[in-house]
Design a binder for this molecule. Sequence first.
Ligand SMILES: Cc1ncc(COP(=O)(O)O)c(C=O)c1O
Ligand SMILES: N[C@@H](CCOP(=O)(O)O)C(=O)O
Length: 408
Amino acid sequence: MGKYKLRCITCGKIYESSEVEYTCPKCGNRMGTLEVIYDYENIKIYREEFSKYENIWQFEKILPIEKGSYRTPLHVGGTPLYNTPSLAEELGIKELVIKYDGTNPTASYKDRASAIAITKAYEKGYDTIYCASTGNAASSLAGLSAPTKLKTFIFLPASAPIAKISQLFIYGAKVIPIDGSYDEAFDISMKIGEEKGWYCRNSAINPYLLEGKKTGALEIAIQNNWNIPDYLLVSVGDGTVISSFYKGFYDLYQLGLIDRIPKIIGVQAKGASAVKRVFDKGEPFLPDDIETNTIADSISVGKPRDVIKACKYVKASGGYFISVSDEEILSAIYELSLKTGIFGEPAGATSYAGLKKIAKKLGKEAKVAIVITGNGLKDIKAIEKFVKLRKIKPDLKAVREVIEEYEN
Ligand SMILES: Cc1ncc(COP(=O)(O)O)c(C=O)c1O
Ligand SMILES: N[C@@H](CCOP(=O)(O)O)C(=O)O
């Protein structure tokens, strides 16, 4: 076999990469998302080859890209992993490491996927790329394609947080703000993208993108000195980020670099828990869509596009899904910022909200990793209840009175 092939998540049919562009022709878009499988036996990788602080391209041997093709010059990946012993003690678990992806070039986990999308667009000879997004995939694609010659079209709900929308304009993307939901923007983008023959940057359609996202798992293994956590918690909307964590650990396992895969726990907002619902109903994991209502805009997904893969992978890991309320998400943002200095956007801090909920159940011997997938500055409106700004007269007496209040 070549370096890799593509396998349908539902029927298991294996394709050469030249045979299919996005999803399994037999099973269709949602049922037939593809996984990239490598010739693991013939790929030799040693732990020593990986460095902690490099970007995602250090993993080139297990990425579906060609030697010498375009690589973004921006520093994608190589984000920090923080060990937080006092927080672990407070939660009653043995160890807590926090992977913080808000330090990526456009401030979210999505840069890992966009980097691969742009490389593939160049390899395949496209001149235009597009995505549907709740905001982060959008700003990420816009930012990473800014220094390239690719034309970039973005479809997103006009209600997305203003910081994410502002990123699009500053990076010069062509923006189609839909007066509707992410799910509607997604369907429209697919129709137009097909009509126009543009390259699709959506992880649930384009199989290569999840490979970029899996680098977060590879980095956790390396940064934690190959001490693999018992549990990994991550927030879930469409289901590709969570699938990518399983895939990253799975690849390391297949390559003989680790001897187990963490139990992967998906955390959804209560008002948008479509994947949890499908998982809880059990196999065969059939899509079952819902209306959404949550402040966590990035995971406000009622028609998750990668639900089958997410459910199968989470099951294979021995994990499960939980949900948390918007109030729990808001408290998690505040508490995590206060205790660690890590400020996540709502969908980012959702993993911490989930951990707070189940830490006791995981037990005092549990070694846990959580992923904070987006920077808190992406959505300032969501945390306005914590911002108690008042104007103080510019005189010393008034300032002294306020300081006294703080001190008491
Ligand atoms: C910050 C953040 N966290 C989590 C997610 C969830 O990823 P997925 O939709 O792949 O489940 C997203 C997706 O947009 C996101 O932007
Ligand atoms: N909610 C996501 C959806 C698209 O991102 P993808 O990386 O799964 O394609 C976002 O807009 O960030």
